[in-house]
Design a protein. Structure first.
Lengths: 72, 133
């Protein structure tokens, strides 16, 4: 069984808080494919620091408002 | 399904068809140089990567990461297979022996197909189970 990720994200919640922003819209703004956004939301991928900043920028929030390190 | 994952499935199908054709062919002509002809089917491995929408992002850091990991694993498998086969041949037949050229080519093609198959399999596995940079 895969180990749970040490970093959780709030991408799905932030998308809905931004007026039902679609995965496609977020992917376009972050410069990635929609599949990567899907993988991020499903905790199947840990993004690079650059992508993490791009996603935070797309939402207009700080990095720590999107990603949370659980201390492990 | 992501574009590289579709391509990996395509590669597995091509490899399966090539191997099926090979075994069907050698059942008729036995082990002969003519049976090498079926490996031409593996040329289809070069297809299936050109279809994408104009302006759309088809590859990103995750795809690149998975590609690198799959390539590294398949290359490792390739070297291990070459090493094992070389040692097995050496210890089985000794240092003073000869083999037919078509046999060498056949083994090379089989290992190449296996390497591509491992790469495709790992690619699919990483897309399914998750990949982390």
């Amino acid at each position: 069984m895969p180990e749970p990720l040490a970093i959780k994200n709030r991408i799905r919640r932030l998308r809905f808080e931004r007026g039902e922003m679609t995965q496609e819209q977020l992917a376009k703004q972050a410069g990635v494919t929609r599949h990567t956004i899907m993988a991020l939301e499903a905790d199947k991928y840990l993004p690079s620091l650059l992508l993490a900043f791009r996603i935070a920028q797309a939402f207009g929030v700080r990095l720590e408002d999107v990603f949370e390190f659980n201390g492990r | 399904m992501a574009h590289p994952e579709k391509r990996a499935w395509f590669m597995l199908v091509v490899i399966a068809i090539t191997l099926a054709a090979y075994f069907a062919f050698i059942s008729f002509v036995r082990f002969d140089s003519v049976s090498l002809a079926v490996f031409a089917l593996s040329a289809f491995l070069g297809l299936g990567s050109s279809k994408h929408r104009r302006g759309a992002i088809t590859h990103d850091e995750r795809d690149l990461h998975i590609e690198r990991q799959a390539l590294l694993s398949s290359m490792s498998a390739f070297y291990v297979l070459i090493l094992v086969l070389s040692l097995a041949a050496f210890f089985t037949y000794g240092e003073d022996t000869s083999v037919r050229l078509w046999m060498v080519i056949q083994i090379f093609w089989a290992i190449s197909l296996l390497t591509w198959g491992i790469k495709a399999f790992i690619t699919i596995l990483m897309y399914r189970r998750g990949a982390h940079a």
